[in-house]
Every structure is written in structure tokens, then in C-alpha cells.
Design a protein around this ligand. Structure first.
Ligand code: SAM
Length: 247
């Protein structure tokens, strides 16, 4: 990782090689939330269905879905070539089932599908782009289709200092255990945080703190019939939404 803060989303080019190892350390609920995406997928293991993974990164969510649902086929979309390079390598065993596309999710056309999921990506989308993103997702989904959105967001009334403190303690204990197990080094974690700090200082931070209530309102405005918080661990939250149809 270089010293200079990156331009916008190219941050992911810098961290792609270490992403799969470091992301579950920096985000303690990450692995559990990806498993929840699989659990919340409203199909039986033998059902054939089509999905889209928005901001697929290194394809961690998609690989989990394909491990459970052998007959699923889909499209993985991300704007960062370095993340996609790793995704393509990991998806080699599923090459007949998945198409990997380089595109900006705030603009691209989405293929018709039964399920859209997105993990840890919507916080990179400007609030002004959410209504059109959700409208394109709702438009791509077949009747009764499902949207699973996992990301960091605020929900309901603000936290007290005690809850914030416990959230920080939970994360730091998790990181410390990963350091002790040799998964990451303290220097690596510090360097990543310093890099982010420089991004923010340079006004190049591309993260937004969305409120679950605003995301749900935007989803309903975009044509989703149902939209609700279904899972949460501190700020890591999963929203589940359906377009009108068979449900
Ligand atoms: C934190 S990573 C999450 C990757 C993956 N979903 C996961 O759960 O591991 C965020 C990803 O969103 C992608 N991304 C951010 N904004 C995007 C956009 N407008 N269009 C496409 N991809 C985007 C980044 O390139 C990055 O790969």
C-alpha cells in the first residue's frame, strides 16, 4: 500500500490482494453476514434461479451463494478491475454459471433476474444515486424477486456512548485475536487505518453513512413492496426487500 491517499474508488485496487484476508478482520460481522445472505436467499438448494451481485469485489458473497445453490446462475458487477481479477480466478470452478462484468453500478443496465444481493458496497453510493439504483434493481427483478442489501448503516435512534464504546471494544478484541493468530499484523491494520485517514483528510473518502430508514424509504419509492431490517450486529445490517409478485 503506497503512502499517498488514492483517488476515489481506486482504493480497492490498492487493497485487492489482501482483501479476503483483512476484510473479515476489520469487519467482525462480515463472515456471519455473508452466511446470512445465503440463509436469506429465498430458494431451495436445487432451484435454478438468476442472481446479480452488485459491487461483487473478490466474489466472496457470490462464491458462498454458488456453494449452496448449485443450479443458480448470475452476474457479478464491480468497477474495480483488480477486485474483478481476483473474483474471476475464484469463480473459475463456476465459469459456466457466472458472468463477471466491469461496470459502475450507479449507471449500468442490470440483467433480468430473481435475486439481487449487495454486500458492503452501498455505502460507496452517493445518497442522490440511491433512488435510481433501487429503481433499476426493482426493474430488473422478476415478479416477487428479492433484494438483499448488507452494509454498515445507522438504524433508529442514535447510540449512547456506552453502546459506541462496546462496538469499538468488540471490533478491537476481534482484531487483536486475529493479530495473535497471525492472520494480520498490527502494522498492517495501522497502515490501512492511516491510509483511510489520509483519504478522508484529502476529501477523497467515498463512504456515506446511510440510515436504514432512508434506504427503506428509497426502496419503497423505487417499487419495492416489502423492505425491512432483518439482521443486525452493531452497524452491520441486512435489509430484505421484495418487488410485488408471487409473495
Ligand atoms: C468493501 S468492497 C465489498 C466487496 C464484496 N461485495 C464483499 O462483500 O466482499 C466494495 C466493492 O464495491 C465496489 N464499488 C464501489 N462503488 C462501486 C460502483 N459505483 N460500481 C461498481 N462497483 C463499486 C468496489 O470496487 C469494491 O469492490
Amino acid at each position: 500500500m503506497g503512502d499517498a491517499p488514492p483517488d476515489g474508488i481506486r482504493y480497492f485496487a490498492e487493497i485487492a490482494a489482501s482483501y479476503d484476508r483483512v476484510q473479515p478482520v476489520l469487519s467482525p460481522p462480515y463472515a456471519a453476514a455473508l452466511e446470512m445472505i445465503v440463509e436469506l436467499t429465498p430458494f431451495d438448494p436445487e432451484d435454478p434461479f438468476e442472481f446479480v451481485d452488485l459491487g461483487c469485489g473478490t466474489a466472496e458473497p457470490t462464491t458462498r451463494v454458488l456453494e449452496r445453490f448449485r443450479r443458480a446462475t448470475g452476474t457479478c458487477i464491480d468497477s474495480e478491475p483488480e477486485m474483478l481479477r481476483i473474483a474471476k480466478r475464484k469463480l473459475t470452478p463456476y465459469s459456466g454459471s457466472v458472468e463477471v462484468k466491469e461496470a459502475d453500478i450507479t449507471r449500468c443496465t442490470l440483467p433480468t433476474c430473481d435475486l439481487v444481493f449487495t454486500a458492503k458496497t452501498v455505502h460507496h453510493v452517493h445518497p442522490g444515486n440511491l433512488p435510481s439504483l433501487f429503481a433499476r434493481i426493482a426493474g430488473a427483478l422478476r415478479p416477487g424477486g428479492c433484494f438483499i442489501l448488507f452494509d454498515t448503516m445507522s438504524v433508529g435512534p442514535g447510540w449512547s456512548a456506552a453502546v459506541r464504546q462496546q462496538s469499538t471494544r468488540y471490533r478491537e478484541c476481534h482484531i487483536q485475536r486475529a493479530i495473535e493468530s497471525g492472520i494480520v499484523t498490527r502494522e498492517e491494520i495501522d497502515a490501512r487505518r492511516e491510509y483511510k485517514r489520509k483519504m478522508r483528510a484529502a476529501g477523497k473518502d467515498v463512504e456515506y453513512e446511510h440510515r436504514a430508514e432512508d434506504l427503506i424509504r428509497a426502496m419503497k419509492g423505487a417499487g419495492f413492496e416489502e423492505a425491512a431490517v432483518v439482521w443486525r450486529l452493531f452497524a452491520d445490517t441486512i435489509l430484505l426487500a421484495f418487488v410485488p409478485g408471487k409473495y
